[in-house]
Structure formats: structure tokens, C-alpha cells
Write a protein that binds this ligand. Structure first.
Ligand code: GUN
Length: 288
């Protein structure tokens, strides 16, 4: 079993970006900037956004978190989006999800200038991604594909079972891996809460991507020997730690890992790759 070490790979990619940023800034160019809008004070969102801000610092990007109260109106959030669209010092920005129920997430995402949509959530960018055109591919799917590529995991002709059909992970990663590309050329089965015989499907999979946010969902007896397992889960569960919680993946690592050819750990697998993909997209937005 080989551990797909996202932390290590992300560190290497960050070092490359940092080198390029340093060269550019030394030549007198403006520093790239990523802005994150954070509505309310959801603990998990706070953690994600602060990781993104730290990663920006690590590579020499400027970054800013704009905090808005949980009861901010949709109109005020739209105004902020318009301001960020118009601000030439902002190369890319994200609106951290989920948003409070009174705000229409789609309306906010559709207001973002696709050229600054480094999350790759705008319908224009989602459309371009599904057509295989150059675009901002959303961070988690891009990170998964980059991790598979880095370890030269063969995907062509393989059966990939994706568990979870979210717009952020399941659907886009299923689409990417089915494309005529490397990595890609998979036969993909996209499973969700209405899927029947999930266990039987998983047992047919060469690659399983678990992205449902249900701790320990994928058990040892659902995975065939030699499979590749990608764990996207990062659920906070109470634990005897300083923070009072730990991050739990969707995979029962102890049961599943001994059966795998490759597996991602949680933490240290997909998470760091997601953040580095966001940096890559911001760098791309900056270069235009
Ligand atoms: N919430 C969970 N993942 C993400 C992400 O990649 N981007 C944004 N904006 N919100 C998220």
C-alpha cells in the first residue's frame, strides 16, 4: 500500500509557486492577491479560510478575509461581489460556502466575474470544465486529479466509483475522470443517496472516491484488493484534543488501507491538494 501524501506534494507545488512569485515581485510586478468572503462564524469554514490565508502567505500572495455577519443581506453580499469584481488589485476571490439559508448561493456565484472565480463554481467555468476547455477547475477535483497524476496512478480504462454528487466535489471529479485526458479515460459510476447496491458497485471499483461527509462510511468489506481509495471527507468529530475535535474521513482507514494499492490519509491527503489548487487558480488568474 502506498500513501498518497497530499501534504508532501502540495508542499512541493507551493515551493514552485513561491519561486515564481518571488521572481515576479523582484522584477517590480504587483503581488497576486486572493480574497475570501466569509459569512457568519461556522467553525469549519473559519478553519478552511484560515488555511487558505496561511497558504497565500507561504507562497508570497497577498490575501484578505472579509468577514460579514451571519445576518448580512443578500443585497449587501452582492454589492461586495461587485466591488471585488471591479477591484484591479484582486486577482481572484471566493465566497466560502455554505452560506446562510436566507442567501441564494447560486445568485451570489453567478454574480462573480468568471475571470476571478478561482473556485471554478460559476456556470461559465463549470461549463468550460465539462467541455474540457481551459478554465478554473474547482479546487478539490483539481487536487485529486493532480495527486493521481503525481503518483502516476493509472486511470485509463479503470472503473471509478464516486460516492457523493455535490457540485463542489462528486459531480466535477466524475466529469474530469471520464474525460479523454490523462488522468482520465475512466468509466465512472456516480453514486448518491438513492443508489442501490452501493456495496456491490464499490466492490467492482478500481478507484473509489468517497466524498459524502459521513465519517467512516467506506468499510473494509466494500473495497476490493488492489483498489485506489481517495478520501475527501473532513468531518469534525469531538475528540480529546486541544481544539476539542479531530478531522474524520469518509473511509475507515485501518480496515481499508491494507486492501489498497494507494490510499489518501485524512488529514494530509486531499485537503492540502485542495488548497494548493486554489493557489494555482489564483496564480493563473493573475497571469491572465
Ligand atoms: N466550502 C467547502 N469547500 C469549499 C470550496 O472549495 N470553496 C468554497 N468557496 N467554499 C467551500
Amino acid at each position: 500500500m502506498i500513501l498518497l501524501d497530499g501534504k508532501k506534494v502540495a508542499g512541493e507545488i507551493k515551493a514552485e509557486i513561491a519561486g515564481e512569485v518571488a521572481r515576479l515581485v523582484a522584477s517590480g510586478r504587483r503581488t497576486p492577491q486572493l480574497v475570501a468572503a466569509l459569512v457568519g462564524n461556522d467553525g469549519a469554514s473559519e478553519t478552511y479560510v484560515s488555511h487558505k490565508e496561511k497558504a497565500c502567505r507561504d507562497v508570497g500572495f497577498q490575501s484578505q478575509i472579509i468577514r460579514l455577519p451571519a445576518d448580512v443581506s443578500e443585497a449587501d453580499l452582492l454589492t461586495l461581489v461587485m466591488e471585488l469584481n471591479a477591484d484591479d488589485t484582486v486577482d481572484g476571490f471566493i465566497v466560502q460556502l455554505p452560506l446562510p439559508a436566507h442567501i441564494d448561493e447560486h445568485r451570489i456565484i453567478e454574480a462573480i466575474d468568471p475571470k476571478k472565480d478561482v473556485d471554478g463554481f460559476h456556470p461559465v467555468n463549470v461549463g468550460r470544465m465539462t467541455l474540457g476547455l481551459p478554465t478554473f477547475v474547482s479546487a478539490t477535483p483539481a487536487g485529486i486529479v493532480d495527486l493521481l497524476a503525481h503518483y502516476r496512478v493509472e486511470t485509463s480504462g479503470k472503473h471509478c466509483v464516486v460516492i457523493g454528487r455535490s457540485h463542489i466535489v462528486g459531480r466535477p471529479v466524475a466529469n474530469l475522470l471520464s474525460q479523454k485526458a490523462r488522468p482520465g479515460n475512466c468509466t465512472v459510476t456516480l453514486c448518491h443517496s438513492h443508489t442501490q447496491n452501493l456495496k456491490a458497485l464499490c466492490l467492482q471499483a478500481d478507484i473509489i472516491i468517497a466524498a459524502i461527509g459521513s465519517p467512516g462510511f467506506l468499510k473494509g468489506d466494500m473495497v476490493r484488493r488492489g483498489a485506489v481509495v481517495i478520501d475527501v471527507g473532513t468531518t469534525r468529530v469531538p475528540a480529546n484534543t486541544k481544539s476539542g475535535f479531530r478531522l474524520a474521513g469518509d473511509v475507515r482507514f485501518d480496515e481499508v488501507a491494507p486492501r489498497c494499492s494507494y490510499i489518501t490519509p485524512v488529514p494530509g491527503g486531499v485537503g492540502p491538494m485542495t488548497i494548493v489548487s486554489l493557489l494555482r487558480n489564483t496564480w493563473k488568474a493573475y497571469r491572465g
